[in-house]
Design a protein around this ligand. Sequence first.
Ligand code: GTP
Ligand code: MG
Length: 197
Amino acid sequence: MIINNARLETSAVEKSHYPDSGLPEFAFVGKSNVGKSSLINCLVNRKALARTSQNPGKTRTINFFNIEDMLLFVDLPGYGYAKISRSESEKWGKMVETYLLKREQLRSIIFLIDIRHEPSANDKMMYEWLRHYGKSVITVATKSDKLSRNEIAKNTAMIRKTLELGQGDTLLPFSSETKSGRDDLWDIIKQKIETSE
Ligand code: GTP
Ligand code: MG
């Protein structure tokens, strides 16, 4: 997939700030530092469209990226970031929850898990919460460049088991470094847009 036009449309903290283009949206959910913003950059072949950092807690607003006037990628703040106050953390949680529950044009959630580790209690809770609300979820296991092929196979099976993924549930190993998995993820995204039109 070649992307010629990708731009930040809006950064929002509340519902009244969301853009009203009506385009289908794909939101990136996962713990801080798992690689959500990097994944967006990888999909659009840009180095720094979404701001990334080695330190968790980089993305702090809901950032809507317009991709070819065809869809929006929605970069969300991560959860499980320890260095913020409780009230700040509750504010982020509410902000993300409101978006995920209220946004009509939200087509699918791209849920990120670090392929190197067993999903945490927070990861499990988030995944179950998304399923509970009947959301369409595409699970992506990031940072696959850090593991050997054997380890990727082993950990993919472990993550499937921990999250209790069914046969029809996607789990895609991915690397924003090597772009491994990029074409497959684009195929899934395009399919989601076509089947829901
Ligand atoms: P928050 O905005 O804090 O929630 O984090 P995030 O999920 O957006 O993570 P971000 O994209 O900022 O990436 C965090 C760090 O992980 C950065 O140092 C990235 O370079 C690194 N990273 C992200 N994806 C990959 C990957 O596929 N492979 C490797 N090796 N590093 C990655
Ligand atoms: Mg981010």
